[in-house]
Ligand binder design. Structure first.
Ligand code: NAD
Length: 307
């Protein structure tokens, strides 16, 4: 055996043992569990759990996302509606609409589809939805509850990452996890969830110096930087588990992530594909949050009646 074929052989061994962390089986298991619980809820409370989506404007990508949420909600036995408002609507009108939804008995979960037109100020909007119906978990009360380790809704994308890790039995407790990205919707809650699962978390962002030296210490690397191909094998230690949150369409029209998959797969022990990894988990987690909101609200109401 010459050196060359030996190297090729060992590369093959590594890639054969590399696990692809695909969403499909996780989603199948989760959606089975969700629809069973939805059925039990509907029998007990004589109504379906209900999600209301508020869509401002005509953004084509948002329209597709919202349609997908409605379709999956219906398939799992939820009732749902989308309230569409024109892009020039005054924020005060949307706020009033949400206040109405907050007090509607039959509405369990409310979601405001992002992005919103620029006249909407995110620092105001996050307060509009009642925390008990805030299934995106963006309300500062829910963000605070998560960071305090109190029971709460979890933001859907990092919650989906935790579901993937759990399904594929990736050990998290005591492991070093490195998160790249500190957005409020992915990076920060990802840090909080990994910490809650007893990982030692290294948190990197655009101002981090010597990123590679930090990611190479990690057993689990979660990349949510919004930069196609940012992480290649040189950022990883042998056997790392790689979670790629990024979604981009490249020059050839192909969907790619923040990780250079071809390079990373030779060194990691497991990796999420893009597409088909983190992305498809989000809607399941949203519906799980909605179901949880419905169950908690009904239990609280029934408890209040008996007291
Ligand atoms: P964002 O732009 O709000 O945040 C990106 C973060 O990455 C920032 O905190 C920034 O500090 C950090 N960053 C940027 N360049 C970096 C670099 N070179 N080195 C280290 N850190 C760097 O993005 P986001 O909303 O958190 O989304 C991140 C990616 O995840 C995007 O590609 C987005 O499309 C994707 N995304 C996917 C899902 C899903 O799968 N359901 C959901 C949300 C976002």
């Amino acid at each position: 055996v010459n050196g060359f074929s030996f190297i090729r052989g060992s590369d093959l061994d590594i890639s054969l043992s590399m696990k692809l962390l695909q969403a499909k089986p996780v989603n199948e298991a989760l959606r089975n569990e969700i629809s069973t619980r939805v059925l039990a809820f509907s029998k007990e409370w004589n109504r379906k759990p209900h999600l209301t989506v508020v869509l401002v404007g005509q953004d084509p990508a948002s329209q597709i996302y919202v349609a997908k949420k409605q379709e999956t909600a219906a398939a799992l036995g939820f009732s749902s509606e989308t309230l569409v408002l024109p892009s020039n609507v005054d924020p005060s009108e949307v706020r009033a609409l949400i206040q109405g939804l907050n007090s509607r008995e039959d509405v369990d979960g409310i979601l405001i589809q992002r992005p919103l037109p620029s006249v909407f100020k995110e620092e105001d909007v996050v307060y509009w939805i009642d925390p008990a119906k805030d299934v995106d978990a963006f309300h500062p009360e829910n963000v605070g509850r998560l960071s305090l380790g109190l029971s709460s809704f979890f933001p859907c994308t990092p919650f989906g990452v935790m579901a993937l890790l759990q399904h594929y039995e990736v050990p998290v407790a005591g492991k070093v996890a490195c998160v790249i990205g500190r957005s409020s919707i992915v990076g920060k809650p990802m840090h909080a969830l990994l910490l809650q699962a007893n990982a030692t978390v290294i948190h990197c962002h655009s101002k981090t110096q010597n990123l590679r030296s930090l990611t190479r210490q990690a057993d689990i690397v979660v990349v949510a930087a919004g930069k196609p191909g940012l992480v290649d094998a040189s950022y990883l230690q042998q056997g790392a588990v790689v979670i790629d949150v990024g979604i981009h369409r490249n020059a050839e029209g192909k969907i790619v992530g923040d990780v250079d998959f071809e390079s990373a797969k030779a060194i990691c022990s497991a990796i999420t594909p893009v597409p088909g990894g983190v992305g498809p988990m989000t809607i399941s987690m949203l519906l799980l949050n909605t179901l949880q909101a419905a169950e908690s609200r009904c239990e609280a109401q029934s408890k209040a009646k008996t007291e």
